[in-house]
Design a protein around this ligand. Structure first.
Ligand code: ADP
Length: 503
C-alpha cells in the first residue's frame, strides 16, 4: 500500500477594500438512508409512488400509534459512521423537534439532538495530487424526513404528499474545516462517493436524497488558526446557513456570493446577522429566509415513545468486519498494484462500477494500458452517448480481448481503435472480428523490407536528404506504413529504415 501524505490546501482568500478575508464553511448534509422502509414504520420509501400511498398510521400520526425503530436504518448509520472513521455511540437517544407545518402531521420530527448515534470522524478531501483537507465530522444523527407541500397544482388550494414523511435521514454534520467553494464541492462529492460505496445512501442529489445546508462565515487571516488552537468559535465570524442545496455547482456559486455579501457588510461597518438563507440560481444570489430572531424554537425534549437506543459492541464489530473497500484504500491499491497515476486512479475509483470494470480488464494485463483504454476510449465514448459503464455495449472481456491482441503484436493500436468501433456497434469476439476484417499487423520483415527497398530505389533524392538530416527518415517510415495499409509495426519499420539508410 502506498503511503499517501498530504499537504493542506490554502484557504480561499478574497481581497476586500480593507484587506484580505478568508472563508470558513461547515456543512450539514441530510442523506436519505437507502432503505425500503421508513425509520419508524414499515411503509415503503419508493420514489414516484402515487401521492399519499406510502403512508402508515404511524407516519400520519394517528392517535395511539407508536414508532418502532427500523434496525436496518440503524445499521446503515453505523456503517456510514465507520466509513467516516467515526466513533459509534453504543447508547444514543431520540428527541422530538417540535414545529408546526402542514407537511408534518406529527407536529414534530423525531431526531437525535443530545445523543447522536455517531460521534467524531473524518473525511479526507483531496483537491489535487498530494493536496488534501482533513474535514472533521462532528456527528451523524438519525432523523425523520418531513412530507412535501405542493402549491402549484391548483390556484386556490395547496396539497400535501406524506410519502416522504418518516423516511430515514442521516444528518452528517461537519466541523467548520472547509475553506473555500471548491473544497466544499469536493467535500460533498467525497462524502457522496463514500456513501455510495457503502450503499447506505444512493447519493442522488437531483431527487434530494442527498442535500447540503452550507454554513458560511468570513474572517481575517490568523483568526482561523486561533480558532483551531482554542476551538473557540468566538474567533470566527458570524455564519449564515444556506439551506437545501442540491447541486455542486450551485453550492460553489452560493458560497462565493455569500462570502462577498458578508465582506461588503463588514467593510461597510455593519454586522452579519446569523440567519438562514436560500440560493436563487437564476439570480445568482442568496436571500434571507428567516433571521435568528424568527428562528424556530424547536422545544426539543426526549421522545417519550422511544427508549434510548442501545447497540452492542459485538454488532458494531461484526458490521466493521463486513465493510467493503472504501475509496481511499481502493485508490491507493490501484496506484500501488497497477502503477496508475493519481489522476487515473481518481477517475477509475470515482464509482464502484468503474472500479470493478477496470479490475476485470486489468487482471493479468498491463494496468496502465487498461486504464488508458478505459478512460480515453471507453469512457470517452460512453460520455458521448450519455451511458453509464453498466450500460456499456462493450464488456470488460471484450476490451480485455482487444488489449490482448495489441499485446501479442497481432494488431496495431490504430487497428485496435477501429476494432473497438466495430465491436461497439456490432459486438462479437475481438479476435474473430479482427480476423474477419483482415486486421493483422505485418511484423513479417520480408514484406516490410520489400516495400522499403522499392521506396529507396525510386527516391534517391529522399535518401540523400535523410542522410543529411536524420529526421527526414520519417518520410520512409510513413510511406512504408502507407504502402502496407497501416498494417506494419511502426517500431519495426523505423528500425529497418535506420539500418538501410545507415543512420
Ligand atoms: P447549531 O447547533 O446552532 O446548529 P452547530 O454548532 O451544530 O450549530 O453548527 C452547525 C454547522 O455550522 C456545523 O456544520 C458547523 O461546522 C457550522 N459552523 C459553526 N460555526 C461556523 C462558522 N463560524 N462559520 C462557518 N460554519 C460554522
Amino acid at each position: 500500500m502506498l503511503d499517501l501524505t498530504y499537504e493542506a490546501p490554502k484557504p480561499k482568500i478574497i481581497a476586500g477594500a480593507t484587506g484580505d478575508w478568508e472563508l470558513v464553511i461547515g456543512m450539514e448534509i441530510p442523506a436519505q438512508v437507502a432503505s425500503n422502509a421508513k425509520l419508524f414504520s414499515g411503509a415503503s420509501t419508493q420514489v414516484g409512488a402515487e401521492p399519499n400511498s406510502n403512508v402508515s398510521f404511524v407516519d400520519c400520526a394517528m392517535p395511539g400509534m407508536l414508532p418502532v425503530i427500523n434496525d436496518f436504518c440503524v445499521e446503515q448509520a453505523v456503517r456510514s459512521g465507520l466509513g467516516l472513521k467515526a466513533a459509534i455511540n453504543l447508547r444514543s437517544a431520540f428527541d422530538r423537534k417540535n414545529y408546526f407545518y402542514p407537511d408534518l402531521p406529527q407536529g414534530y420530527q423525531i431526531s437525535q439532538l443530545y445523543h447522536p448515534i455517531v460521534g467524531e470522524g473524518e473525511v479526507l478531501v483531496e483537491l489535487s495530487p498530494g493536496v488534501a483537507r482533513h474535514v472533521r465530522i462532528e456527528r451523524i444523527h438519525l432523523e425523520q424526513d418531513a412530507g412535501k407541500s405542493i402549491h402549484d397544482m391548483d390556484p386556490n388550494m395547496s396539497f400535501v404528499d406524506f410519502n416522504r414523511t418518516g423516511v430515514a435521514l442521516m444528518e452528517i454534520v461537519s466541523r467548520p474545516d472547509i475553506r473555500g467553494p471548491e473544497e466544499a464541492a469536493a467535500y460533498v462529492s467525497k462524502l457522496r462517493q463514500i456513501l455510495r460505496y457503502l450503499g447506505t445512501c444512493d447519493g442522488n442529489m437531483q431527487n434530494g436524497n442527498l442535500r447540503a445546508d452550507v454554513n458560511v462565515s468570513v474572517c481575517r487571516p490568523g483568526d482561523y488558526e486561533r480558532y483551531q488552537a482554542t476551538q473557540d468559535f468566538g474567533n470566527l465570524g458570524t455564519r449564515c446557513e444556506i439551506k437545501n442545496m442540491n447541486s455542486l455547482r450551485f453550492i460553489q456559486q452560493a458560497i462565493d456570493y455569500e462570502a462577498r455579501r458578508q465582506i461588503a457588510i463588514l467593510e461597510d461597518g455593519g454586522k452579519v446577522m446569523q440567519e438562514t438563507r436560500l440560493y436563487d440560481p437564476d439570480k445568482g444570489e442568496t436571500r434571507s429566509m428567516r433571521s435568528k430572531e424568527e428562528a424556530h424554537d424547536y422545544r426539543y425534549f426526549p421522545c417519550p415513545d422511544l427508549l434510548p437506543l442501545e447497540i452492542e459492541q459485538a454488532w458494531v464489530d461484526d458490521i466493521a468486519a463486513r465493510m467493503p473497500e472504501l475509496p481511499d484504500a481502493k485508490k491507493a491499491r490501484f496506484m500501488a498494484d497497477f502503477g496508475l497515476t493519481d489522476y487515473d486512479a481518481n477517475v477509475l475509483t470515482a464509482e464502484l462500477d468503474s472500479a470493478a470494470f477496470f479490475e476485470e480488464v486489468a487482471k493479468g494485463r498491463d494496468g496502465k494500458q487498461a486504464a488508458n483504454w478505459i478512460i480515453n476510449e471507453l469512457f470517452g465514448r460512453l460520455n458521448k452517448e450519455g451511458k453509464a459503464v453498466t450500460e456499456s455495449p462493450l464488456s470488460s472481456a471484450q476490451i480485455g480481448g482487444v488489449l490482448d491482441l495489441i499485446a501479442s503484436g497481432e494488431i496495431t493500436t490504430k487497428m485496435a481503435k477501429d476494432l473497438f468501433e466495430i465491436l461497439w456497434s456490432e459486438g462479437g469476439n475481438p479476435a474473430d472480428v479482427a480476423a474477419r476484417h483482415g486486421m493483422k499487423q505485418v511484423t513479417d520483415t520480408g514484406a516490410i523490407e520489400a516495400a522499403l527497398d522499392a521506396l529507396i530505389a525510386a527516391n534517391p533524392d529522399q535518401v540523400e536528404k535523410a542522410k543529411v538530416n536524420a529526421k527526414l527518415a520519417g518520410w520512409f517510415t510513413g510511406q512504408v506504413l502507407k504502402a502496407t495499409g497501416g498494417k506494419a509495426n511502426p517500431a519495426v519499420v523505423n528500425q529497418m529504415v535506420a539500418q538501410k539508410l545507415g543512420l
